[in-house]
Design a protein around this ligand. Structure first.
Ligand code: NAD
Length: 362
């Protein structure tokens, strides 16, 4: 693998290899683009099959964060950290403190938060070494669990998609199939139940599933049936890579809006969904509630401001749909264009003096 060639192709700024032999830290911090602000992204911990897999994960996820922040109108860049190791066996306080020092060495160019395999407790260890951490617990003036904000944002995106498809944003009596009754899926089910939607839901975890069914009156489906069930909206809220040629062929929904990251197996699958006449809300538009919630921790967390910003996901989704219709392109392409246009325009703003406001996060 030619890492630098790949970085050149997609315009990456930096990839930091972090080692601390004493505590067994092997990690990477990717900073894709800081045009709009410091690179914010989660710290993922995973037992990667190879170092190459870890490098590619850091690079791909870091770039995806740039697009998510840019399309959501946030003053943030994109980055990601990956720690190589088993989160169930290899985690220690010292390991995260060591990573915290590497984050500190970047002087605010990268801001860490929790991700798959890490917890708010791990972020507390990072915070002992660097102020550049968000997603801290509420007792540390952090924003706490982002899942309710993510779920609310997904619902706003659903409303915008319903307006475009049915002429009304009202979710009452819409049949919505949710894949995953985890943190986001369960919050979403409660919100949608409150909005009068008819819910179908699945999870491989029977306890979580039973709990949501009990609370919302949703109908439980088998995990293998959810993607092919007939519904108005399919909401992937479990894991990524679920939309490929085979699953797309069996879809019987009108709209797809969910929280899961990287729902399309490959970028081309966005075109396939478009050709099938299904309205797909790009994942990073629909699930931006999490990062919006975190971003407000940087400027002083305020619940009213979060709510106001989350409402904006409706407008962003509407804009993506309109741009796609106007350009006769898929919504996934239209979302990428939105992010790329904002980055391009910000890059050409002439730097005529040092503006302390642009350094507000530092
Ligand atoms: P979670 O782990 O709490 O929930 C995921 C659920 O999916 C679990 O209950 C799991 O049992 C279930 N699941 C796994 N495999 C399944 C299968 N084959 N069929 C049905 N269910 C299955 O995670 P979460 O925080 O709710 O996040 C869900 C997705 O949304 C993830 O892809 C995550 O990256 C993304 N996301 C989450 C947030 C957030 O704020 N939590 C923000 C942005 C994106």
């Amino acid at each position: 693998m030619n890492i630098l060639k790949y970085m050149q192709q997609f315009d990456y700024e930096q990839l930091l290899f972090c080692n601390d032999s004493g505590v067994g830290l092997k990690a990477l911090i990717c900073i894709h683009d800081t045009t709009l602000g410091p690179a914010l992204g989660g710290v993922r911990m995973r037992n990667y099959p190879s170092e190459e897999d870890a490098v590619m994960d850091a690079l791909r996820l870091g770039r995806a964060m740039t697009y998510k922040a840019a399309a959501s109108g946030l003053d943030l860049g994109g980055g990601k950290a990956v720690v190589i190791g088993d989160p169930l066996k290899d985690k220690t306080e010292a390991l995260f403190k060591a990573l915290g020092r590497h984050v500190a060495s970047l002087g605010g160019r990268y801001i860490a938060t929790e991700d798959v395999g890490t917890t708010t407790r791990d972020m507390e260890y990072l915070r002992t070494q660097t102020p550049f951490v968000v997603g801290l617990p509420e007792y540390m003036n952090g924003s706490g669990d982002p899942s309710p904000a993510t779920a609310f944002g997904v619902m706003k995106a659903m409303e915008a998609c319903c307006k475009a498809t049915y002429g009304s944003s009202n979710l009452k009596n819409r049949t919505i199939a949710i894949q995953g009754a985890g943190k986001v899926g369960s919050h979403l089910a409660r919100l949608l139940n409150g909005a009068g939607a008819k819910l179908l839901i699945t999870d491989i975890n029977k306890t979580s599933l039973r709990q949501v069914v009990k609370e919302t009156g949703a109908t439980a489906l088998l995990p293998e049936d959810i993607l092919k069930t007939e519904c108005d909206i399919l909401s992937p809220c479990a894991f990524g890579g679920i939309l490929d040629s085979s699953s797309i062929a069996s879809l019987r929904c009108k709209i797809i809006v969910g929280a899961a990251n990287n729902q399309l197996k490959e970028a081309d699958h966005g075109e396939e969904i478009h050709k099938k006449g299904i309205l797909y809300c790009p994942d990073y538009i629909a699930n931006a509630g999490g990062i919006i919630n975190l971003s407000l921790e940087l400027t002083g967390y305020d619940a009213a401001a979060v709510r106001f910003k989350l409402e904006g996901i409706y407008t962003t989704t509407e804009q993506v749909i309109k741009n796609a219709e106007k350009g006769n392109i898929s919504t996934s392409r239209a979302a990428d264009n939105l992010a790329e246009d904002r980055l391009r325009q910000s890059k050409i703003v002439k730097n005529i003096f040092f503006n302390p406001l642009t350094a507000k996060h530092l």
